[in-house]
Design a protein around this ligand. Structure first.
Ligand SMILES: [Zn+2]
Length: 413
């Protein structure tokens, strides 16, 4: 018997035989994983597969986890007594071994393993950068086919660990992240390789929730506050869902960690909606011209999981907290501050979170003695380059209006 079931967050129906789907009655609600064991368990071993709350049975490859440690440097600067950092990246001196340098590697690992166990023959993934690298790496490592679609505008910032990955990457020469999603959906149906599904894939959210599993295993309780930069919102939703499981367990606290979620101004559709108290996003905040002005393209999705039942809006309502807008100058200052105080480089998106944390303290949302978990979603890219070579992405460049026949021809060989 499987150790989990899948339930609709709106009507509570238990669903069988679903993969990346919605409840047939509730098209605008997320499904979530319900683990039969209400108690959090860590099995012997290392890496993420030692946790019992993941929707997989017999993992076929090893997967390193985050490193969670109590900060001395940044915490001193900010005047916090209990700041814990979840470092997701490459920093061997601290034991951090994610060579893709991003927490998206947990998503990719859990999604691939879950898809294999569901008898899915391959996946299609759309990404603005980090997710592409994580999936390409794990596809090459595990031999599982994944077709990746990225916006051409992100190519200059992208890199892969492998010089010749197992599967091709397609770049949309004339489109953004949202166009990549549209083309990926088309490929998925033509090639019979399901679209990874974004936020509606329970394996993705539970995989991103690994950060909280590792944090509670290290700290021994739920943090009072959780701080992260958000693009699609899937990571924050995953953390919110894991928090609820810990509350049900009962041994790790009785209050959901407050969520402090941040976006890079001026493209900050969720922040702007939340600050106006709105469950719906505003069209003017989704203008693609705003994306060109931000330094963190990985946070640039125009289809975030904000309004949907069980999405970011509901997670914030349930847990309390706030959303923050961080401008480019604050991002640069925050990445510098982190490197100076913690002695490791971080990606700009993680700088967005660091800047939001400073804001949350300044506005008194976070108290000096509170336990705070800061999710450094990516880091150590410069550190990695001291140890190994990385590669530019060599994609097949296509148009967002690529005809079906051309897709089939490109991907058949
Ligand atoms: Zn339902």
């Amino acid at each position: 018997m499987s150790h989990f079931t899948i339930r609709c967050k709106e009507c509570g129906a238990e669903l069988k035989e679903v993969y990346c789907a919605f409840c047939e009655h509730c098209r605008n609600a997320l499904l979530s994983t319900e683990y039969r064991d209400p108690g959090f368990k860590e099995n012997p071993g290392s890496g993420i597969w030692r946790f019992n709350w993941l929707p997989v049975h017999t993992p076929r490859f090893a997967q390193a986890g985050p490193v969670v440690y109590k900060s001395q440097g940044l915490s001193g600067y900010l005047g916090l007594e209990n700041l814990y950092i979840a470092f997701n990246g490459y920093w061997p001196e601290r034991g951090a071994q994610l060579q893709t340098c991003t927490f998206k590697e947990f998503e990719a690992a859990v999604v691939l393993q879950n898809a294999m166990e569901n008898g899915i023959s391959g996946l299609t993934v759309a990404s603005a950068g980090n997710t592409a690298r994580a999936f390409s790496h794990l596809s090459s490592l595990s031999g599982y086919p994944v077709i990746i679609v990225v916006p051409g505008m992100c190519l200059t910032e992208m890199w892969y660990l492998e010089s010749s990955p197992k599967m091709p990457t397609l770049a949309i020469g004339d489109g953004d992240y949202s166009d990549s999603i549209d083309v990926a959906r088309k490929i998925a149906s033509l090639m019979n390789m399901p679209f990874e599904g974004g936020v509606k894939n329970i394996a993705k959210r539970d995989g991103l929730g690994v950060v909280l599993l590792e944090a509670v295993a290290t700290i021994g309780k739920l943090p009072d506050h959780y701080v992260q930069a958000v693009g699609s919102g899937a990571g924050a939703i995953g953390i919110g869902e894991m928090s609820e499981r810990f509350i049900r367990d009962g041994r790790f606290g009785s209050r959901l960690p407050k969520l402090h979620l941040a976006q890079n101004l001026p493209f900050a559709p969720m922040t702007k909606a939340w600050q106006k108290g709105s469950r719906e996003l505003f069209t003017e905040d989704l203008d693609p011209a705003l994306i060109a002005e931000i330094t963190t393209r990985v946070l640039s999705t125009r289809y975030p999981a904000y309004s949907i039942k069980g999405g970011v809006y509901d997670a914030l309502k349930a847990a309390g907290g706030n959303m923050y807008g961080v401008n480019n100058d604050e991002v640069y200052a925050a990445t510098d501050l982190f490197e100076r105080t913690e002695s490791i480089d971080i990606v700009p998106a993680a700088g967005v979170a660091v800047a939001a944390l400073a804001n949350a303290i300044a506005r008194n949302g976070i108290g000096k003695a509170d336990t705070v978990l800061l999710n450094i979603t990516g880091g150590g890219e410069q550190r990695l380059r001291k140890d190994r070579e990385v590669h530019r992405v060599a994609p097949l460049v296509v148009s967002k209006d690529i005809p079906d026949s051309e897709i089939e021809e490109l991907l058949r060989c």
